[in-house]
Design a protein around this ligand. Structure first.
Ligand code: DAH
Length: 347
């Protein structure tokens, strides 16, 4: 009788041991398995004891030992499953702080950013500094200060997004607005480039979009000449498109410059692509430029008798599309990762 009691106490004790057994890693799980489920496990010894159990309790004994085995199996299986599903508690307990970290995937730069950064670096080398300004502008900085008063026909050149219920607040239509921001707050000599996003109410197609990017340049000092402008733009073109790149300036019109010009780069006619993008001329327009109109200087509080300057503005999408042979501008705004991850650059 007392023998039976002892053995039932042992079963109870083992049952408690199983419940209390701490398993937080694979090693402990394996130890647990060996101790309670392995070929020489603790429970096996118990089965051999059945001969010492009183006859009227043998059945009860058999059931208790089986239940014990079931309990060990259950604990083993659920713990193992929780390890492989990686529940946080077990995961953090298994964290090996000495393991080298996995490299995090690094994103790539957007082609617009790459081209814009290249342009910025080129101008920084000759003393231009970056001026970044707001995209939500007022009418004065975007148009009026830039010699484009209300009802001026040039306002039709740019279909503008006005903010709701406002004739004053708008999304800037060009980075030329930064010229007005800078000239009203800084004294000459001024030598800035202004990269950024601009907006126009245009129908979206493969060739045009309602948002795009420009880089504006402005140089104001005493005795700044058209020749200074031409030389600066030639320097830029050679840095950007190669030492033997050629440019030409064609007379043009902008309200904020006088005289005004558009600059073409010689792209050549070497292949069909070149033929198509230059419309068979070999020349490609990349920017507008000119001498800052004296009205613009005086609108911004700079004396045109004392100072003169040149300015230019170029589109970025066009240049990125040329460089990477992208034939649909919309790809630049859709942010499809399969497209974007093809671009890689230190710029
Ligand atoms: N703002 C003009 C545009 O968006 C580009 C431009 C032309 C900028 C001549 C200038 C400039 O600074 O001098 O089409």
């Amino acid at each position: 009788m007392s023998m039976s009691k002892d053995i039932f106490d042992r079963i109870e004790q083992i049952s408690q041991n199983i419940a209390a057994y701490e398993i937080v890693n694979a090693e402990q799980l394996e130890k647990f398995r060996i101790q309670f489920l392995g070929s020489k496990n603790e429970l096996k010894g118990l089965f051999g004891e059945i001969k010492n159990v009183a006859n009227d309790r043998k059945k009860e004994f058999g059931q208790a030992v089986n239940a014990l085995k079931g309990k060990a199996e259950e604990k083993f299986n659920t713990t193992k499953a929780s390890f492989s599903s990686g529940s946080t508690a077990t995961k953090s307990a298994r964290l090996d702080m000495s393991q080298p970290s996995r490299p995090a995937p690094i994103g790539t730069k957007h082609p617009i950013t790459i081209v814009m950064n290249r342009i910025i670096r080129i101008f920084e080398r000759i003393g231009f500094t970056v001026a970044e300004e707001r995209e939500i502008e007022d009418d004065w900085h975007n148009f009026t200060a830039m010699n484009t008063p209300e009802n001026h026909p040039a306002r039709d050149m740019q279909d503008t997004f006005y903010l709701m219920n406002s004739t004053e607040q708008l999304l800037r239509t060009h980075t030329s607005s930064v010229q007005a921001r800078v000239m009203t707050t800084q004294k000459p000599p001024i030598r800035i480039i202004a990269p950024g996003r601009v907006y126009r109410n245009e129908t979206i197609s493969a060739r045009s979009h309602c948002q795009f990017h420009q880089v504006e340049g402005l140089f104001v000092d005493k005795k700044v000449s058209f020749a200074d402008m031409k030389q600066t733009l030639l320097y830029f073109t050679r840095e950007m498109y190669g030492a033997d790149a050629k440019i030409r300036l064609r007379p043009s019109y902008f309200p904020f410059t006088e005289p005004s010009a558009e600059m073409d780069v010689y792209w050549g006619l070497e292949d069909e692509h070149a033929y198509r993008i230059t419309k068979g001329t070999g020349w490609l327009e990349i920017l507008g430029c000119g001498m800052v109109d004296p009205n613009v200087l005086s609108n911004c509080g700079i004396d045109p008798e004392e100072y003169s300057g040149f300015a230019f503005g170029m589109g970025i999408e066009r240049q990125a599309m040329l460089q990477y042979r992208i034939n649909d501008i919309r790809m630049l705004f859709e942010n499809d990762v399969r497209f974007l991850k093809q671009f890689n650059s230190a710029f």
